[in-house]
Design a protein around this ligand. Sequence first.
Ligand code: URP
Ligand code: ZN
Ligand code: ZN
Length: 464
Amino acid sequence: MGYDRVIVNAAVVGPEGLAARDVAIKGETIAAVGEGLDRDGAEVVDASGKILIPGGVDVHVHLELPFCGTVSADDWRTGTRAAARGGVTTVIDFAIPYGEETLHDAFRNWKDRAGPKAAVDYCFHLAITDWDRHGPEMESMVRLGCPTFKEFMIYASEGWQSDDRAIFNTLERCKDLGAMLLVHAESSRVLDELIARHHTPELMAKHGARLHAITRPNVIEAEAIQRAITWAEATGGRLYIVHMSTRQGADLVKAARARGVDVYAETCAQYLVLDDSVFDGPDGHLFACCPQVKSRLDQDRLWRGLVDGEVSVVSTDTCTFSREQKARWEGDWTKIPMGLPGLETLIPIVYTHGVRAGRLTIEQLVEKCCTNPARLMGLYPRKGLIAPGSDADLVLIDPEKTITVDHARMETNADWSPYQGWELGGFAEMTFSRGRKIVDHYRFVGEDGWGRWLPRERAGSLDG
Ligand code: URP
Ligand code: ZN
Ligand code: ZN
């Protein structure tokens, strides 16, 4: 057959589940999946004892994002190298218009930044920050290959906030266009009120970074999710709740889906494994992200949501800030640049705390980190699947191998890690991106600019 490379004897997580298979690569795509594939003239990778999964698809990242008065520290180079090492071969960032910019301006800005640096494939959701200006651009953005849009229910100070009118209108247009609206759901008015009430020298001295959690009780997220669901139900537009962190949110999404609302939710790795006790330590401010990590009860509910189906995706919301950037807070939690590094540890965390801990099967890991994100974002079957014709984005995992997380030995530009010292399995021994080996023996061996922008036709669905 003349394959370029054949990965033999792997435990392959394919569409029919886990099975011992060979996977043959020709050029940039998977040419065959089966037993005893022809190896003549091909490079043979012996994967005995290893697991082969599709490359991860992280649909929620912010690389070199201007935010909170600074710029997030993982750029397209370090961020996508981190992705590769963590077994993520596709990232979707959020192109955000600033000032008077159009969606097309934002798209071009993001593409210009990503193109020369990205080591893995990428595309963008388009952030609508001004409905009257950006709404009329939606159709041409979809035609250009961007069928997913984003609105933030908070962040007035960044100029990003959308109101109910914008969300309602955008969902209506999404229905017409075969597009999907991603929403950051937090209730701005009550959040701002709680922040104002607590923003006193006495309380800041008393509680420090914990005020980040105190001012964001679960109801802040739950009320906003409920409202976004209301507009999705009224319009029939497809809604995707990003970075869902609360048990109440999971209940609301479950109930809405049960009555037929076209709504999906993702959570992020940090909400599955971190809880708000992180704010009590001397480095508590480092852990500020938005929404903030919640309680053990919320963690348990989100894990259950992954199994039961109301949580469809695990992403990272990677938005890295260095210790120096986080130090801008000087005791005032409202000044902490919000976000965490995550791309390098997404699959290791879900593997270790999901699969190894008996909460998820390896098939469910693939569903939540590879297949569902590809399907919902209109990348399937090109991404998220090990089958002939799909891109040869493949990740080889040694189920016996663990690595102690140490930011100093990682590709991320973070000089700290929320998981420093954690023992994690599931790192990529090898990662292939469109047939090219970009991680070998846990080290990045790829190339800046190898990644390609991925045009998409429509947002996808998991139902029907
Ligand atoms: O803390 C976070 N998540 N920073 C990035 C912006 C956002 O809300 O996703
Ligand atoms: Zn957000
Ligand atoms: Zn985000």
